[in-house]
Design a binder for this molecule. Structure first.
Ligand SMILES: NC(=O)c1ccc[n+]([C@@H]2O[C@H](COP(=O)([O-])OP(=O)(O)OC[C@H]3O[C@@H](n4cnc5c(N)ncnc54)[C@H](OP(=O)(O)O)[C@@H]3O)[C@@H](O)[C@H]2O)c1
Length: 259
């Protein structure tokens, strides 16, 4: 079977769990060398080992993407290890709730710092290398809330809306330099965090049964997405199967935003 991103170098931010981890494993299956990031180093090292077992080179770098110097370190390590950066998957993010008047300043700033500023920062750091190569692909992780709004998730929705516009603006700025910029926009996707911490940061954990019952009520396909299904879409956007696609927000949401 031909490998879709064989020999490419990919940075995946927030690869310690959920969609980032699933994408790391999928990219490893498809032959990419990987630089993975996140703050939880024991989980990150385990993902690193799993990817290496698939026969690719892989480095986990413990990183807090709200810290500029730690982001710079990720890019430095990628270039030192692999000498090029073909793909950046900007996936690290947090989910926060609240309305405009109930959101504390701190939650607003924390949400924008990781979901928006860190996404821009990583792009800013890899684009010079991609320009040098004359080629590169950036995939940002947006949300179905990059294109529609919802209730009681104001800071998160603001941040993901910004990711959508950042994606389009950068796509235009770099289209003639061989750099494609797209976003994957997942609908609700069942990840371990939901069981551990609840759907939002600081909310009550949900059981699998509760979550599945809820999903069948509002998602047209009657179920949540799986991280692997989002990883498939990221692979499409990151590979040469999408060479004429840029500035696109690819909804992967079981039909949720078609309603
Ligand atoms: N699951 C969904 O329904 C859904 C829907 C739409 C969009 N998304 C987006 O998908 C992305 C991944 O989320 P997920 O659902 O897969 O949940 P997750 O398992 O909680 O993954 C979040 C990832 O981001 C990393 N992260 C968070 N803050 C970070 C920081 N300051 N520095 C470095 N890494 C950081 C986490 O790593 P550490 O904790 O180890 O730092 C983790 O690897 C997010 O951008 C989220 O908004 C998810």
């Amino acid at each position: 079977m031909s490998k879709k991103i064989l020999g490419k170098t990919a940075i995946i931010t927030g690869a310690t769990s959920g969609i980032g981890k699933a994408t790391a494993l999928r990219f490893a299956d498809e032959g990419a060398d990987l630089v993975l990031t996140g703050r939880r180093s024991s989980l990150g090292s385990a993902v690193e080992a799993e990817c290496r077992q698939k026969g690719v080179r892989c480095v986990f770098v413990e990183t807090d993407h709200t810290k500029p110097e730690e982001c710079q370190r990720v890019v430095d390590i990628a270039l030192k290890e692999f000498n090029r950066i073909d793909i950046l998957f900007n996936n690290a993010g947090i989910v926060t709730k609240g309305t405009a008047d109930t959101t504390p300043e701190e939650v607003w700033m924390d949400t924008l710092n990781i979901n928006v500023t860190a996404v821009w920062r990583m792009c800013k750091l890899v684009i010079p290398q991609m320009k040098k190569q004359g080629k590169g692909v950036i995939v940002n992780n947006g949300s179905d809330w990059s294109v529609v709004a919802g209730k009681n998730a104001f800071p998160y929705i603001m941040s993901k809306g910004a990711v959508g516009m950042m994606t389009k603006a950068m796509a235009l700025d770099y289209a003639r330099e061989g750099i494609r910029v797209n976003a994957v926009c997942p609908g609700d996707t069942f990840v371990d965090r939901w069981i551990e911490k609840g759907y939002f940061e600081g909310s009550d954990p949900v059981t699998m049964e509760e979550a599945i019952k809820e999903s069948s009520e509002y998602i047209p396909m009657g179920r949540f997405g799986k991280p692997e299904e989002i990883a498939n879409a990221v692979l499409f956007l990151a590979s040469d199967e999408s060479t004429f696609v840029t500035g696109h927000l690819l909804l992967v949401d079981g039909g949720n935003t078609a309603q």
